[in-house]
Design a protein around this ligand. Sequence first.
Ligand SMILES: Nc1ncnc2c1ncn2[C@@H]1O[C@H](COP(=O)(O)OP(=O)(O)OP(=O)(O)O)[C@@H](O)[C@H]1O
Ligand SMILES: [Mg+2]
Ligand SMILES: [Zn+2]
Length: 505
Amino acid sequence: MGYARVCAVGLVGLAGHLVTVEADLSAGLPGLTLSGLPDTALHEARDRVRAAMVNSGEAWPNRRIIVNLLPATLPKHGSSFDLAIALALLVGAGRLPQTALDGVVVLGELGLDGTVRAVRGVLPAMVAAQREGVRRFIVPTANLAEAALVPDVTVHGTDALHQVIRFIRDGEPLAAPAAPPPVPEAVGLDLADVAGQSRGRRALEVAAAGGHHLLLHGPPGAGKTMLAQRLPTILPPLTDAQALEVTAVRSIAGQLAPTATLVRQPPFEAPHHSATAAALVGGGSGLARPGALSLAHNGVLFLDEAPEFSSRVLDALRQPLEEGRISLARSRGATVYPARVQLVLAANPCPCANAAGECQCSRVAKRRYLNRLSGPLLDRIDLRVTLFPIKPAQLFAEGDEIETSATVAQRVAQARAVAADRWAAEGWATNSAVPGAALRRRPWRLPVAATRDLMRALDRGALSARGHDRVLRAAWTLADLAGRASPRAYEVNEAMQLRIGEGAS
Ligand SMILES: Nc1ncnc2c1ncn2[C@@H]1O[C@H](COP(=O)(O)OP(=O)(O)OP(=O)(O)O)[C@@H](O)[C@H]1O
Ligand SMILES: [Mg+2]
Ligand SMILES: [Zn+2]
């Protein structure tokens, strides 16, 4: 009778793969066999497609129907194949010409009434198809804005199956993407809002310049949260490739605003301490949702009140921090999302969160509180600084100009460029990525004169061997910021200061 094929895209993590929806209609016992989808989704898709077709004014073909999604080995999730399945059936039944759909990728979920609903992951799906040479797409109208971010393609938006049918049969136009809205000015936050706190500002700049993880430690109201929130304002803007990745993760998470623009500033994610492991690293059924960790990819993951997070949740971060990606176990293989983040932790010295004067917590209680953080996670943190509350006088101080984010960002960019250049041959982008062993070897080993105090601290036991490596990493960043070819004793000692905060080791 009839055979048809319509293209769609399946996502595995951020990677899209072209999927061919085949339909074969033949004489025989009427019925629909669907293969190539996981069991549950299969039933649901069959029911949705049937109802949607009938409610769009199309009689259900009374044939023996086989629908197959290729390649069979590719895990397929979600409902984004509905529209392609419906169109394949209509072509197979001879009611739409095959040629109208050749070379077109179709994405969209169907409602029982025939409406076409938004799906997650349209951006990474289209990017993958575009790389495979696809130039025409039909997507849900609700996803048109993100679809418009993909260059050099033609996109049609639809709200309903009957619109697509009329588009193909009668040439009735579908919705076109509007011109992308102007990229909004980065609003609000600026480092100039933070008064005093020179130590905290310095630590933030060093963290930004070297890509170091950072722990901000100090009493309530010292400005820990304020500082952390401003880290993205001094980081370099995302490259095109990074911007696309960041926006794609948001697309899969279903978090792109209807007026999506390419995300240009490094993201900042601050999950609450009550967050579950799944919320933090990702999970859920079907097409796994990226967690805060992946939403923070190429940006900042901020754990405010870090000791309040459950240790199970914090443990879940270790491996991905190491690897720069998170692998989520799924029923059919693992889903991998990117997770290259800069981690910022904030911690109060004690659990009561009272101002210093009113705190009644014992020393033991304080120690125990911070110890919740200790161990493997803290091991990854190059910079730990203790902040003190600012004095009212500092808040209202006039006279000296407070540096703005733009000014600091310039120094950060310069230091990053120097470091990137130095390590380029080794494949490391920032100082924080350099393994400790490499810094202890020639040609990067520092002269004795530079490390005398560091060695003393190591001997005294004030610093662990790991701590020693972290000091070296930060010292290189300080040298880069100072425009020096390599760290002197001055930079090494400042790095020690930035490392041996109160309650840290
Ligand atoms: N250095 C500062 N400059 C200007 N305002 C500040 C500063 N520090 C604190 N503030 C004011 O105090 C408020 C609280 O600061 P922030 O939330 O950053 O403190 P925190 O150290 O995170 O405290 P907590 O431990 O209670 O979370 C800020 O919203 C701001 O209004
Ligand atoms: Mg805070
Ligand atoms: Zn207390």
